[in-house]
Write a protein that binds this ligand. Structure first.
Ligand SMILES: Cc1cc2nc3c(=O)[nH]c(=O)nc-3n(C[C@H](O)[C@H](O)[C@H](O)COP(=O)(O)O)c2cc1C
Length: 184
């Protein structure tokens, strides 16, 4: 039997009622047998300071450890001003440093995102994909999970209620599992 895959899920929002954190919680329930998703919360991560990159704060040490322990990464990003939020970029920057010691290197990944707008984080997701070229990460291409009009797809408790979105997330996670096995 193959070993269960461990995915690390990171949502780029600190907001208590965040749609993206809610979508990540939904993903932990939708992941197929043979894989699990642990969540890393970004709250409390200090702003990146290159002076500290060789002796980073404890939360950064934990982030890099959790990334390295994971077989694959699931990013769930909001779109802020047509890009990813600063808190997510900040986490990406910390874990990519110091030069030559990036925790992201070689990791398979999947991207999804939720927005209250109609475009559903497309622009932010393509910025994130661009970053993955330099990070040497391997994001899967499809399905693209862009959850537009997010306020209509979750209930008041933050449960994902939209069946089409649930199916898309399930497919994304299935593809990520296959992709991760393929990359070995
Ligand atoms: C600073 C800021 C910039 C935003 N820019 C965009 C944007 O460019 N495109 C978009 O679709 N929504 C934008 N929004 C709206 C977000 O989609 C919305 O706040 C969403 O709920 C954020 O994700 P969250 O619910 O996970 O916190 C912006 C929100 C904020 C606070």
């Amino acid at each position: 039997m193959t070993k269960p895959l461990r995915m690390l899920g990171i949502a780029g929002s600190l907001r208590r009622d965040s749609f993206n954190r809610a979508a990540l919680r939904a993903a932990t329930q939708l992941v197929a047998e043979g894989a699990t998703i642990d969540i890393f919360e970004l709250d409390g991560l200090p702003g990146f300071n290159e002076d500290q990159e060789r002796n980073p704060p404890a939360k950064v040490v934990e982030l890099k450890r959790r990334i390295r322990e994971a077989d694959a990464i699931l990013f769930v990003t909001p779109e802020y001003n047509y890009s990813i939020p600063g808190v997510l970029k900040n986490a990406i920057d910390w874990a990519s440093r110091p030069y030559g010691d990036s925790a992201w290197n070689g990791k398979p990944a999947a991207i999804m995102g939720a927005s209250v707008g109609a475009i559903g984080t497309a622009r932010a997701q393509y910025h994130l994909r661009q970053m993955m070229v330099f990070l040497n990460m391997f994001p899967i291409n499809q399905p693209e999970v862009m959850i537009g009009n997010a306020s209509t797809r979750f209930d008041a408790q933050g449960n994902l209620t939209d069946d089409t979105t649930k199916k898309l997330i399930s497919q994304l996670l299935k593809n990520l599992v296959e992709w991760t096995h393929r990359l070995g």
